[in-house]
Ligand binder design. Structure first.
Ligand code: ADP
Length: 446
């Protein structure tokens, strides 16, 4: 297949389509997974900050009094809290579950008065972070250094229910963004690698899928070449005969001779075309090919033995028919085709058996099958040729095969007939000792 440009091109295109489709599917899946991961992460970040802010809000509100002023008790809850324009007091270690998150790097807690002025803050101190009245649920905040933060914001009331100011709890998005960047890198590097692998797999799969098509294509090409070759011989002979005859003076006898040559070659052509038509009809497999009629195989064997007796006698060969079955043996099918099949085996056997040899036609019955064998003591067939002789136009390159002048279609037609009848045809042979062709056919009841 590699040498054929058309097949190679198609194989390459199939592999490219496969890789392209796989790439598109994977890219879409990758994008969907990335979006889901990012949203999931963002949601859990938001929930964490909202719940921390809510807990602080509930704990702080009973402690708040004067708007814009933080009572010292607040430090009991947020020990690392620094008031604006006041020195930060040393932190007393407090082990409450609530404040664990706020004391981790990247987190901050900030208090604003009602005008949005910063009053105090704990944890990270992002420079120049703008005051944002609402939570940043739909987009992050950015400080002067370009670092981004997610923030939850709550309005605070004092213990009498009057507005006091705002509580902001935020977290740096550095870790979140690093995680997303890692996924992006994985997808960006993974996609071309996957595309390459899909291309290689696509190339291999296209090769496997196209192998039977290529085999058929090669067979068809070989078949066309063989048909052309077989047709050329009789047509060239007719052409040569006509060319030498045209324009010359001929006696009646010479003209008869010329016409006989043309007739012979014409018959050869008709025979060849009929064989080709029969073979193609057999292989296409229409029901018209095999009328379903019971055929008596015993009669078939006796008729054939009778028909070929003269030929055997002329060739100095003993032809023997053996029927090893007490009851009638019936098979469903086309009698003419079966006659032709076995006749072809017999004529080959007589043709390839030297004078003094023996040809045996045997019919046996075995369970639900009829077994018909044609055995000869002829030249035999080399093991490497035994399967190939059933191919169309195949003839071993032996001097004897060439002498017979057949087109090499006989056994191909014989096997096609056997297969169309639900049977099989095979050969075993020893070069120099002879061959046994075995035909099996399913039996039927009359
Ligand atoms: P053809 O007889 O027209 O050449 P076939 O398809 O009948 O075509 O046979 C194909 C080839 O198989 C023959 O050319 C011959 O070489 C070989 N062959 C067939 N039958 C026998 C046989 N009984 N003994 C030896 N060779 C055989």
């Amino acid at each position: 297949m590699k040498q054929n440009r058309l097949f190679n091109h198609s194989r390459g295109r199939l592999a490219a389509y496969y890789a392209g489709t796989m790439g598109l599917i994977l890219a879409l899946c990758g994008l969907a997974v990335y979006e889901m991961t990012a949203q999931d992460h963002w949601r859990s970040l938001d929930q964490e900050l909202t719940s921390l802010a809510g807990t602080l809000h509930d704990a702080l509100e009973p402690l708040l009094a004067q708007p814009g002023t933080l009572a010292p008790e607040v430090r009991a809850i947020i020990p690392n809290l620094c008031q604006v324009a006041q020195p930060c007091l040393p932190v007393k270690p407090v082990h409450t579950h609530l404040l664990n998150a706020s004391q981790q790097p990247g987190y901050y807690i900030r208090f604003f008065d009602l005008e949005g002025n910063l009053l105090a803050q704990a944890g990270e101190n992002p420079p120049g972070l703008p005051f944002e009245r609402r939570s940043t649920r739909h987009g992050p905040l950015m400080d002067q250094a370009g670092n981004r933060y997610h923030q939850a914001s709550l309005a605070l009331k004092n213990r009498w229910g009057q507005p006091w100011g705002y509580l902001k709890v935020g977290r740096s998005l550095a870790e979140y963004e690093a995680h997303l960047r890692a996924i992006q890198l994985f997808l960006a590097l993974g996609l071309p690698v996957t595309l390459g692998l899909a291309g290689i797999v696509g190339w291999a799969l296209a090769g496997v899928a196209m192998a039977p098509v290529y085999r058929s294509y090669e067979q068809l090409r070989q078949f066309s070449a063989d048909v052309a070759h077989e047709l050329r011989t009789p047509i060239s002979a007719i052409q040569a005969t006509v060319e030498t005859t045209l324009g010359a003076e001929h006696s009646l006898e010479e003209a008869d001779g010329t016409l006989e040559i043309i007739q012979r070659q014409n018959r050869r052509l008709i025979h060849l075309i009929q064989d080709l038509l029969l073979l193609s009809r057999m292989e296409l497999g229409g029901s018209a090919v095999i009328p379903r009629r019971p055929c008596c195989l015993k009669d078939l064997v006796n008729d054939l033995a009778e028909e070929f007796a003269g030929l055997a006698l002329a060739g100095g060969i003993t032809l023997q028919a053996e029927i090893i079955a007490p009851d009638p043996v019936w098979s469903l099918g086309n009698e003419d085709h079966l006659y032709r099949l076995v006749g072809n085996l017999l004529s080959n056997a007589l043709q390839y058996t030297p004078r003094g040899g023996r040809v045996t036609l045997r019919l046996q019955r075995e369970k639900q099958r009829a077994i018909l064998t044609v055995q000869d003591t002829g030249i035999g067939i080399a093991p490497s040729e035994q399967e190939r002789i059933f191919e169309r136009f195949y003839r071993p390159d032996s001097a004897r095969s060439r002498q017979t002048g057949g087109a090499g279609l006989g056994l191909a037609i014989a096997r096609a007939i056997a297969v169309r009848h639900g049977g099989s045809l095979g050969v075993t042979s020893q070069p120099g000792q002879g061959s046994v062709f075995t035909l099996t056919l399913p039996l039927c009841q009359r």
